[in-house]
Design a protein around this ligand. Structure first.
Ligand SMILES: [Zn+2]
Length: 167
């Protein structure tokens, strides 16, 4: 019997089932399906979301967890090799490397110039690589996006512009 779940098909993610359907399936002794409460933690802030999902006795525990993850992805969660992240935390843990540049609107120091001053990548594990543009380019790496924003925010004079948010 095939597992009634295709993780690669958008829109086919199973949602938590109403109790009437769950009990109807439970009355069928031939069905390998059974309801299971599965909780998924955000690996950043610790938020947990649990729900009842229909899983199969023919699924491994990893496949059962993936049933819950597939549903949460439709709710804005991101699951990567680095972990599972709730919608607010998913901003700093994209499923794919995310490109941005630093745009300096006002040159506070008077020597750095304005415009695009650096190109960067936000990696799925939440770390940030940044390559400065200029006569002496250098590359820096931060453990988290918030550090990059803090160090180079210049009180709002320098801002992050995401490549996938440009008009
Ligand atoms: Zn979170």
């Amino acid at each position: 019997m095939t597992i009634p779940y295709q993780p690669d098909e958008p829109g086919n993610a199973p949602a938590p089932l109403p109790p009437a359907i769950v009990s109807a399936i439970l009355r069928d002794p031939d069905s390998p399906l059974y309801p299971s409460q599965i909780g998924v933690f955000c690996d950043d802030c610790g938020t947990e979301v649990s729900g009842d999902y229909m899983v199969s006795t023919e699924q491994t525990s990893a496949e059962r967890l993936e049933v819950a993850r597939a549903h949460l992805r439709t709710q804005g969660w991101v699951s990567t090799a680095a972990g599972d992240f709730c919608p607010p935390c998913s901003v700093s843990h994209p499923s794919e490397p995310r490109l941005f540049h630093l745009q300096r609107d006002h040159d506070v120091s008077g020597v750095s110039g304005t415009g695009r001053v650096a190109n960067g990548v936000l990696w799925p594990d939440g770390t940030v690589s940044l390559r400065w543009i200029g006569e002496r380019p250098s590359t820096v790496h931060w453990d988290r996006l918030a550090d990059a924003e803090h160090v180079h925010g210049h009180g709002g004079a320098t801002r992050i512009v995401w490549a996938d948010e440009q008009p």
